[in-house]
Design a protein. Sequence first.
Length: 267
Amino acid sequence: MDKRPIGIFDSGVGGLTVVKEVIRELPFEETVYFGDTARVPYGSKSKETVTKFSSQIIRFLKSKNVKAVIIACNTVSSNSFEELREEFPNLPIIEVVGPGAESCIKATKNNIVGVIGTEATIKSGAYEKRIKALDPKIKVYSKACPLFVPLAEEGWTNNEVAKQTANIYLKELIETGMDCILLGCTHYPLLKACIGETVGKEVKIIDPAAATAKKIKDFLDKNNMLNKGNTEKHTFYVSDNNKKFADICSVTLKHSYNAEKVNIENC
């Protein structure tokens, strides 16, 4: 048994959707979450900058004695995962792209898949490469939806602005005949109702968060690192504390948590 916490990080509030699934899948595990709310969004930043920011965050999480880290950010997962594994070779790091791709393979019936994400994630082609590697027959259509992140951070997840934005972004994907759409950004599940209304009930929405939580559970179980004692505790840190984080945290996790502000650039 390993009672150390699981570290989880994202560019902002989106990773809370992964925290939610980890808590559901691993109710006895402690978590330490860091949201880089001062520097969000990551999707329009260079690979070098994203890697630098992520390295700072992982060093901070290591200072909290985490036993593993989940990169709850598709931009980081698709652009910086290999570099981070090389920098922290003795720390288990789980990313979200692989579990998301595997979920798509299981979900599609007509082999036509839509992927939406930040500009950096879509430009990397990470999801298309993973999906094609698993099943070359599948057609993947990708679309960058950069405004979804600030909408989620603002809490505008299902108002008229969000709906109009979704209609504009998703129109061409709907026309492909896709039968499932992958939310390639952990912020996007916060807009799930809006996205679902836009694409229609016949299109299945794939959220990698649940598959990622199952992956970390399997890893910990295989390596005898599960916390089997009832010592659940969840701690939150941000680079810029604001009421919006607390509000979205409360809505997503159905519980109020206070987040401590950290000067991450000193890490």
